[in-house]
Design a protein around this ligand. Structure first.
Ligand code: HEM
Length: 484
């Protein structure tokens, strides 16, 4: 009887055993292939990411991707294999080929994880032909001419933010300036591109009403590298079992704001939605493209301005220098220069953009047919390559003491510094709104100097830590200042 049971057990176990052995054999062969035979096997890096993408998924999820890869570059040189098919490059000479020449290499498929409400956006699409008519329709709104024509309205947003800051300062409580700068960012985007001020700066709640919507989208960065099918299932599961009220309310609010906006926009209107409707896009897609701007334009500029404010407080002598420049300019009366032309002010903004790490990680693009040889290293077609702001901006040879806020370094900028400055990306897929974002930062910095509002202020946190997701997130969502 015992013999019979053993015999039966062997018969049942055999297929299971065979499957386990087959799986192990497959994994072993695949591992050996990926390490020794794969077309990227000549690229250095630690063993684990050569074997599996799970290493990259993990670091993206916990939010230490950029700093972990930074350490690997120190060990392995300018090219580091960060997943079986992906390489992080720290050499800025790679930028022209990957991002600029002939439109650069196409964006990697993982950008689809940033699609909005089932629509590809100007940001998320990997298809140049899909993007082209949409970008063409809206690009004029970001030109220097369009911004100049609407300067008064943008100054208006900045002035309201500074007034609100003064009001908050009176309370002598710690002020979360990140919330205020995010409010300014959404007001600037809506005022300039939608011609309807969202007026976040006037909100009296502890947190800007669009924040939870923006945060939910920023958190997509944790799963940026997941294959889209896995991402879609995950998103569905989160929506079903882990939805939270705050995010749902914020989403509904943004949806309503954008819905009203698009419904009341005519194809003749020269606004962002008007131009997209005139280009023949559906209402539903135009709504998605507008929501995408609220996501892309809120945290990025908000984070930068809050970091500039914090550094002006941490370094009173630099704030003094900025104020002297701005006040001397004001004294010129009718001959005063535009804020954009003030050298130290611009250096403050540029250094803020360098150090704030709004988009710290690699911008992954796909090597096209024919492959690519960069400085004697061959990258086969289909492999994913990219540079990151973290790697380029924190290069100690180009930017000595890279983690320190030193606007002075930009007063005599070298060619290499300009080459390594990657805050808005580069080439045809660089930030479409870089002129608008820069102008907002320049105007706000001017007013912070002119108003003296940061005089005698103390920074609350000793350090500001971030989750290094595609769009970074400040841990605790607070950058606080306190007026003594
Ligand atoms: C300081 C503020 C900002 C920073 C640092 C920033 C950074 C970037 C970067 C690095 C990219 C390239 C992403 C990639 O290639 O994957 C990008 C693209 C983009 N940004 Fe910004 N951005 C800022 C402000 C804004 C604002 C205010 C808006 C909207 C009004 C905006 C809208 C976009 C869009 C639509 C794209 C996609 C462009 C394309 O693929 O054609 N950004 N941004």
């Amino acid at each position: 009887m015992a013999l019979q049971t053993l015999f039966l057990g062997v018969i049942v176990a055999r297929p299971i055993l065979s499957s386990i052995l087959a799986t192990l054999a497959f994994l072993l062969i695949r591992s050996l292939y990926r390490i020794y035979v794969h077309p990227l096997s000549h690229i250095p890096g630690p063993t684990l990411p050569k074997l599996t993408s799970l290493w990259l998924y993990y670091h993206a999820y916990v939010g230490d991707e950029a700093s972990t890869i930074h350490k690997l570059h120190k060990q392995h040189g300018p090219n580091v294999r960060v997943s079986p098919n992906e390489v992080d490059i720290s050499d800025a000479d790679a930028i022209p080929a990957i991002y600029v020449s002939k439109g650069g290499f196409p964006k990697a498929a993982c950008y689809a994880n940033f699609d909005m409400d089932g629509h590809k956006t100007i940001f998320s699409t990997t298809d140049a032909e899909y993007r082209s008519p949409r970008a063409k329709a809206v690009v004029p709104l970001f030109s220097t001419k369009a911004l100049r024509e609407n300067e008064a309205a943008i100054w208006g947003c900045v002035d309201s933010m500074v007034e609100r800051l003064k009001e908050e300062a009176e309370t002598k409580r710690a002020v979360n300036v990140l919330n205020l700068t995010r409010s300014l960012a959404v007001d600037t985007v809506s005022t300039h591109l939608f011609r309807e001020n969202y007026d976040g700066v006037s909100e009296r709640g502890p947190v800007l009403s669009v924040s939870a919507f923006v945060d939910a989208f920023v958190a997509v960065g944790r799963f940026f590298y997941l294959p889209n099918t896995a991402f879609v299932w995950l998103e569905w599961a989160v929506g079903k079992w882990a939805a939270d009220r705050k995010t749902d309310d914020s989403r509904t609010l943004v949806d309503k704001f954008v819905g009203n906006l698009v419904t009341n926009t005519s194809t003749k209107s020269a606004t962002y939605p008007g131009r997209l409707l005139a280009a023949g896009l559906s209402y539903s897609e135009v709504k998605a493209q507008c929501k995408d701007l609220i996501f892309a334009g809120t945290d990025s500029t908000g984070m930068n301005l809050a970091i500039i404010m914090r550094n002006m407080v941490l370094f009173p002598k630099k704030y003094q220098k900025l104020k002297e420049e701005v006040n001397s300019n004001i004294a010129l009366g009718a001959d005063a220069e535009d804020a954009q032309a003030l050298p130290y002010l611009n250096a403050v903004v540029k250094e803020g953009l360098r150090i704030s790490m709004a988009t710290p990680t690699r911008l992954p693009h796909v090597v096209p047919t024919g492959g690519w040889t960069f400085k004697d290293t061959y990258f086969p077609a289909g492999s994913i390559v990219g540079c990151s702001a973290y790697e380029l901006h924190f290069n100690p040879i180009i930017f000595p003491e890279p983690q320190s806020f030193k606007p002075e370094r930009w007063l005599n900028a070298t060619e290499a510094m300009s080459k390594y400055w990657f805050a808005f990306g580069a080439g045809s897929r660089a930030c479409i709104a870089r002129n608008l974002a820069t102008l907002e930062l320049q105007f706000a910095t001017e007013r912070l100097a002119r108003s003296n509002v940061l005089e005698g202020v103390r920074a609350v946190q000793s350090e500001v830590e971030i989750f290094e997701w595609f769009n970074s997130k400040v841990k605790g969502e607070r950058i606080e200042l306190i007026w003594k």
